[in-house]
Structures are given as C-alpha cells and as structure tokens.
Design a protein. Structure first.
Length: 107
C-alpha cells in the first residue's frame, strides 16, 4: 500500500509539472460525482471510460492516462463541476458547482 501511495504521489507531481489542468485526485473525482449525483456508471456513460477504471482510480489502485483524466474532467465540467487547484486560495485541491448567472441580467 505504501508503494502504491508513493507511486500515486510521484505521478501527481509529474503530471502537475507538465499540465496542472489535467490532474484530478481520487478524492476530487469522488466529490465531483457526489456534487452532481452521479454514480460511477453515470460517469462511465458520460465519459466513455469503464466504471471499473473509475473505481480503481478512486481507490488508488491505478494511475490513469492523461486522456482518461481529461475525459472525466470534461464530462464533469459539462455537468457543472469546477475543479479547484491546490493553489487557488490556499485551501488545497477540491471541487465546487459552477454558478451560472441568468442571461440578460447585469448588476
């Protein structure tokens, strides 16, 4: 388990260095699904990534390809999720729902 955790942290560091916009932590993926009320199967359908792949990533058992992470992120962002990077406000990585302003109303 320690070896797997070290591998995940190493991958996270490498991916963030190359493209921080694509990195999603397992906890972020779980939280994002919860925000929009999606099961793993719903995310699998929306992202065209099999549910077992989602499960394995969320449990820390696998390191997905960047393309896979990008599919998850696009699907969840289309559903209204915003991913918060570690340095956005100093609170660490997370997720929130996007608040869309109604069209035509300006303040």
């Amino acid at each position: 388990m320690v070896k797997r955790r070290h591998s995940m942290l190493k991958l996270q560091s490498e991916v963030e260095h190359h493209n921080p916009m694509l990195m999603i932590l397992p906890a972020q993926l779980r939280a994002a699904r919860a925000l929009v009320g999606w099961s793993r199967e719903a995310l699998a359908k929306a992202s065209a990534v099999p549910a077992p792949t989602i499960r394995d990533f969320e449990l820390g058992a696998t390191d997905p390809k960047q393309g896979t992470v990008h599919k998850w992120r696009r699907a969840l962002e289309a559903a209204g999720v915003q991913f918060i990077d570690a340095d956005d406000g100093g609170g660490g990585p997370g997720v929130r729902l996007r608040v869309d302003k109604p069209a035509g109303k300006k303040r």
